[in-house]
Design a binder for this molecule. Structure first.
Ligand code: BGC
Length: 397
């Protein structure tokens, strides 16, 4: 029995990062370009396309009550207008697999990848992009029966920042070989892509609005912008295009997803490196577990009471002690924020599996290790620890 049955305790993944052979997607195409900026390819990934029942069994074995995963638009609509009923049936089976095991499905409709044809035709700013996305949502609508949480678009703010990579334009030298996108160091979101994503989100929500019991929202990358002395005036100005305008869009949503990993320090000239002495994770980010509490507080202030679901939080490390230390501190911070009165509905750790980190297999975020050749899964001590924590609640004595 879970200590608090309504609170979601789970783990998160995304299709392209775990399924393998997502060959009709734009990121697969980008990985295979001769001049690809992505040093490593996704390949078979974790073979979760075939091994999803095993993944769900792992969640159940850990005692977790929810799973966030994404549908691959590229599989469902591999060519414009061609809907694969077999792929819809595949994802319906995953949803039913969750429900059968008592695992609450949290389904993301778009997690960074689009069909290759969609991006080749101009991506989010093409004249018919929003209608195409809405038609995709219309197609997946019937398989969402029984799904209480739907995330329309994952990290639209990051998507709008890296729009240039996806469009196939050559990224500047500074972004090459830098798969772990550090939000603070990225260019500001493309305003046209941002506006298109706002519209796409609203259209998707409208398409799903009459499904009983379904809550929809989107998940924003919270960057914890912190002003160093002298940069106080810059902070809101910096944060608005990169984060706050995306939170403002969520004000009427059923929930908002918070995703937080680290912080970004702002000097009057812009983001600065936290310095050689700070503890870092495999992605090079500062080890900063307070990021979660900061992000939840900021999201609550900005959205004014929209229910919050932590849809991602975690750490890339080979040290399981560090993963436990980081997650424990993040959860304690979350408890404080809840005690302050913020409406938080759950915590989904990133990630269930060591997976493909958008250009690299180096960073390991998983509670479960995956052998890259046999695809054998091995629960890490941090996975066991997290499962036990889920039974105890947010702040053990
Ligand atoms: C994304 C994930 C990614 C994680 C760690 C988030 O930006 O939604 O796909 O793997 O952070 O970098």
């Amino acid at each position: 029995m879970h200590a608090d049955t309504t609170f979601l305790w789970g783990a998160a993944t995304a299709g392209h990062q775990i399924e393998g052979n997502n060959t009709t997607s734009d990121i697969w195409a980008l990985e295979h370009r001769p001049d690809s900026p992505l040093p490593e390819r996704s390949g078979d990934a974790c073979d979760s396309y075939h091994r999803w029942p095993e993944d769900l069994d792992l969640l159940a074995e850990l005692g977790l009550n929810s799973y966030r995963f994404s549908l691959e638009w590229a599989r469902i609509e591999p060519e414009p207008g061609h809907i694969s009923h077999a792929q819809l049936a595949h994802y319906r089976a995953v949803i039913e697999g969750c429900l059968r095991r008592g695992i609450v499905p949290v389904v993301t409709l778009h997690h960074f990848t689009s069909p290759a044809w969609f991006s080749a035709a101009g991506g989010w700013t093409a004249p018919d992009a929003i209608q195409r996305f809405r038609r995709y949502v219309q197609q997946v609508r019937p398989i969402l029966d029984g799904v209480p949480w739907v995330c329309t678009i994952n990290e639209p703010n990051i998507l709008a920042m890296v729009a240039r990579l996806r469009s196939g334009d050559d990224p500047p030298e500074s972004e090459r070989g830098e798969p772990q996108l550090v939000a603070g160091a990225l260019p500001p979101p493309d305003p046209d892509v941002s506006a298109a994503l706002f519209a796409a989100h609203q259209e998707a929500r409208a398409e799903l609005s009459d499904l009983a019991g379904l809550r929809s929202g989107w998940t924003v990358a919270n960057q914890n912008f912190q002003a160093l002395p002298g940069a106080e005036a810059l902070r809101p100005e910096w944060s608005y295009p990169r984060e706050d305008q995306f939170l403002d869009v969520a004000i009427d949503d059923d929930f908002v997803g918070v995703q937080a990993y680290t912080r970004v320090l702002l000097a009057p000239s812009g983001p600065v490196d936290p310095g050689a002495d700070v503890r870092r994770t495999q992605t090079g980010w500062e080890f900063y577990p307070h990021a979660l509490a900061g992000a939840v507080r900021h999201t609550a202030e900005r959205t004014g009471g929209v229910p919050i679901l932590v849809t991602e939080n975690g750490i890339a490390t080979d040290s399981d002690e560090d993963r436990i230390e980081y997650t424990d501190a993040a959860l304690r911070g979350l408890r404080d924020v809840i005690d302050e009165g913020v409406d938080v509905r759950g915590y989904l750790h990133w990630s269930l599996l060591d997976n493909y980190e958008w250009g690299s297999w180096g960073p390991r975020f998983g509670l479960v290790a995956v052998d890259r050749t046999t695809f054998a899964r091995t629960i890490k001590p941090s996975g066991r620890w997290f499962g036990e924590r889920a039974q105890v609640g947010l702040a053990p004595a």
